[in-house]
Design a protein around this ligand. Structure first.
Ligand code: NAP
Length: 302
């Protein structure tokens, strides 16, 4: 039996449109409704035929839903949920895909105090945004982390877990605060570093812009992919997960200072030991199927 028969997606960007496409592919009998605040996005979603219905208000979109998934930027969650609160059926389950969870749990609980809320974070994405960027296989073999607040109905949690399993994801459950610390180091800090290094390179005076671009295959271009990620989404993530990010940033700065000292004093063994340890992390990621084993991310060198 399907975990949900009528699914509504609020926010039809990369993630919302990928969920729509993946649901169509995996559970074609699900009635799918979409809504986005942006009329152009709604028109694109109609043209791409991703939904059975694209509603013109979020209230109309949720009115007969049994699952509503908020796929809007983290900072827009509360307003988006308030928008449809009066029309939400009493037995509907509400979920989201926000990249940080403690703040989203707070926002959704404030907006929908009587609703059953099962927050989720599919750890999958690209640097692109908008409804045309989505694709049905985005969640295949990727983790989806559920962070239900204490006391959440167990059946609702299992239904949301089963929904994501059918989209190809693997499920993990953790407390919102723990999620935010784990993602601060695995996702948020890497984005901050990429934004910094690309920003620093673009401010350089002695190395020209054309040199930065021309020799980017030396490593720089891999940071530019991450640094091309959506500015609204990432602004909201850093503001919402401030504490955990600042904590990880402090540790990172200390480790960077230690490396700086090792270079200054010519401590090659320290550098070699660290670089050997980090190589093993890459091997672990590949062994667990979380990236392509081909060298250089599988780029062709023709
Ligand atoms: P996106 O491509 O920018 O799409 C978000 C869409 O939501 C936009 O069309 C936006 O319209 C719309 N929107 C904003 N406020 C709204 C509101 N109040 N009501 C209805 N629609 C609204 O973003 P995304 O990459 O799909 O990210 C969506 C969520 O997924 C975020 O919470 C993000 O943290 C999370 N996430 C992202 C990734 C990733 O790699 N991208 C991965 C995992 C989770 P406007 O553009 O007009 O504002």
């Amino acid at each position: 039996m399907l975990p949900f028969a009528r699914v509504t997606i609020i926010g039809i960007g990369l993630i919302g449109s990928s969920i729509a496409r993946a649901t169509r592919a995996a559970m074609p009998s699900v009635a799918l409704t979409g809504y986005d605040a942006d009329a152009d996005v709604r028109a694109t979603a109609e043209r791409l035929d991703m939904f059975d219905d694209v509603a013109s208000s979020s209230g109309a979109a949720v009115i007969d839903a049994d699952l509503v998934i908020l796929c809007v930027p983290v900072g827009a969650m509360e307003a988006a949920a308030c928008d449809f609160a009066a029309d939400l059926p009493a037995d509907a389950v509400v979920s989201d895909v926000g990249s940080c969870k403690a703040e989203v749990v707070r926002a959704l609980t404030a907006a929908l105090p009587n609703a059953t809320i099962v927050p989720a974070h599919p750890v999958a994405g690209t640097e692109r945004s908008g409804p045309e960027a989505g694709f049905a296989t985005l969640f295949h073999k990727r983790w989806c982390i559920l962070t239900p607040p204490e006391g959440t109905d167990a059946l609702a949690i299992e239904r949301v877990a089963e929904f994501w399993r059918r989209l190809g994801a693997e499920i993990e459950t953790m407390a919102p605060d723990h999620h935010d610390r784990v993602l601060a180091i695995t996702s948020h800090l890497p984005h901050l570093i990429a934004y910094t290094i690309v920003g620093t390179a673009s401010d350089m005076e002695e190395v020209t812009q054309s040199e930065v671009i021309k020799y980017s295959a030396g490593g720089f271009r891999d940071f530019t992919r991450i640094a091309a990620s959506d500015p609204t989404m990432w602004r909201d993530v850093f503001l919402a997960n401030r504490e955990a990010v600042l904590d990880m940033l402090q540790r990172f700065s200390e480790d960077l200072s230690a490396l700086q000292r090792a270079i200054r004093w010519g401590k090659g063994d320290e550098l070699f030991d660290l670089f050997t340890k980090t190589r093993a992390v890459r091997r672990g990621i590949i062994e667990q199927g979380q990236d392509d084993p081909a060298p250089d991310f599988g780029r062709t060198h023709e």
